[in-house]
Ligand binder design. Sequence first.
Ligand code: KMH
Ligand code: ZN
Length: 318
Amino acid sequence: MAEKKLIITCAITGAMTIPSQTPYLPITPEQISDEVKRAYEAGAAIVHIHARDPDTGAPTSDLKVFKEILAGIKKKAPDVVVCLTTGGSAGMTTEERICVVPEFEPEVASFNMGSMNFSFHPRALQKLKSIAKQPWEKALLDLSWDFVFKNTFKDLEYFCKTMLEHKTKPELEIYDVGHIYNARILMDMGLLKPPLWIQFVTGVVGGVGGNIHELVHLKETADRVFGPNNYDFSVIGIGYPWEFEAAAIAIAMGGHVRVGLEDNIFIKKGELAKSNAELVAKVVRIAEELGRDIAAPDDVRKMLGLKGKENTKWWNMV
Ligand code: KMH
Ligand code: ZN
């Protein structure tokens, strides 16, 4: 069977990984855009972007910081497809999260498909609290056990209409089976139009567990609810070794893969990844062994029907 080329997304820095966990986490716009370049050169066609306060490393929704990151990407990795986060970080308002879409009109933006708890396993939380150095890191960890990631139907409608208006392709982040049904409701309302681009996020504490059974269940449910030809899917596995196991399973299922320091910081057991590119390169090796070709950004634009970087606001602004 001729398989689709493999789309590798790299989630460069995120909002839940804390700088005290790894010295390799990119923080400043320059570090983030350097990491984008390296990840792109290693084989990533899409980069998923969060912004951080350059001084403290705390997640930020500051549009000036996003703009600086985008300017760096335009210079260093102009071909890559940019997916901006609208998940943001704990404590950001809905308005703060979505504002990157009207401001930059990116080709792709994340679209989180339901409200949920979003935390860490108590053992991980204890360990993280023991290594956290900065006050904001400690505050984030304290908040996480009582945190609800709010994405009500009203929010979903608002996010979806905003992305439609600005011709940004929503990347549906599906953390649980119910999120597939939420997406179906938006489809029925005419707000989501197939082919959908969806991402199964497995192993978040508050969503489905990270294991093969959940991935098969999510895929079978999506086939029934959307129709097998109405969507393409990518897979996130949170943590090591699940990030790479999930990648191998996704490749075998004909899906696509996201890796990056947002989701996992280890390249091998007990060994920190020194860059996002190392994580991407490992997926490229797995794909090669399994006989799957890697998609370039322009392949992705055709596969997902993206509008092209020249038609984003940010490309013409930075
Ligand atoms: N942090 C990931 C588990 C977003 O940014 O909108 C999911 C994510 C969501 O990347
Ligand atoms: Zn993210």
